[in-house]
Design a protein around this ligand. Structure first.
Ligand code: PGA
Length: 253
């Protein structure tokens, strides 16, 4: 049985004070049984990680903190980048890697994503690796080719044990921030394909790896998405900025 994982991707939103208020509100909204049923991960900007962690620690909240990016080198002359050690020393347990916004605006290649994935897994940070197709690729029938190659390249050189520990997020680019969600059937179909691609290379990991859906997940569609056999959680952007909405998403029915 795979434990579902619900992750909030705040992107470039919220100051550190706004982050504190958010976590306090989320704490008040979430029932304790929600944490038993699924993992809850908050991915604030780097500047708010410490503030989020302070509330989580003070109240012993069973939620994890994630980062939205990380560089693969240990340290050095890489102005503007953040290393695995900087994250683990702040008790960061997850990192979103290869988000489509980073691939598009910051030209992150599959090779860069692969380097980051290896570094994260070797340093006890669970990567949430994002894959997904554009609308043009979808309409041309290339969805499976695109996500298949992102999986093969992004997960190159690993092994069953490490792949089994990671999280993959299927995020069709046309559904991100657009209010257009993949239908539950479409999400299920592509996610089960992704599990199949993982199985081809890492047969021992395919049943263990958790695969989320992301792209305009909200309080109205989360229940149907989570009812799908292969959907192991959600990576939530816009709707995660409101603690009331994110609490409802975490407590999907
Ligand atoms: P969205 O973003 O929920 O606003 O579509 C999801 C994501 O980009 O992770």
């Amino acid at each position: 049985m795979r434990k579902p994982i619900m992750a909030a991707n705040w992107k470039m939103n919220k100051t550190h004070l706004e982050a504190i208020h958010y976590i306090e509100e989320l704490r008040n909204r979430l029932h304790h049984k929600a944490y038993d049923r699924c993992d809850v991960v908050i991915c604030p900007p780097f500047t708010a990680i410490r503030s989020v962690q302070t509330v989580v620690d003070a109240d012993e909240l069973p939620m994890a903190v994630g980062a939205q990016n990380m560089y693969w080198e240990d340290s050095g002359a890489f102005t503007g980048e953040v290393s695995h050690e900087m994250l683990t020393k702040m008790n960061v347990k997850f990192v979103i890697l290869g988000h489509s916004e980073r691939r598009e605006h910051f030209h992150e290649s599959d090779e860069a994503v692969n380097n980051k994935v290896k570094t994260a897994l070797d340093n006890d940070i669970t990567p949430i690796v994002c894959v997904g197709e554009t609308l043009t690729e979808r309409e041309a029938g290339f969805t499976n080719d695109k996500v298949g190659s992102q999986i093969l390249e992004g997960l190159k050189g690993l092994d069953d044990e490490r792949v089994g520990r990671m999280v993959i997020a299927y995020e069709p680019i046309w559904a991100i921030g657009t209010g257009r969600t993949a239908t539950p059937d479409d999400a299920q179909e592509t996610i089960s394909k992704i599990r199949g691609y993982v199985r081809e290379v890492y047969p021992g990991a395919a049943d263990a790896v958790r695969i989320q859906y992301g792209g305009s997940v909200n309080t109205g569609n989360v229940d149907d998405l989570m009812a799908q056999e292969d959907v192991d959680g959600a990576l939530v952007g816009g709707a995660s900025l409101d603690p009331v909405q994110f609490a409802r998403i975490v407590e999907y029915e």
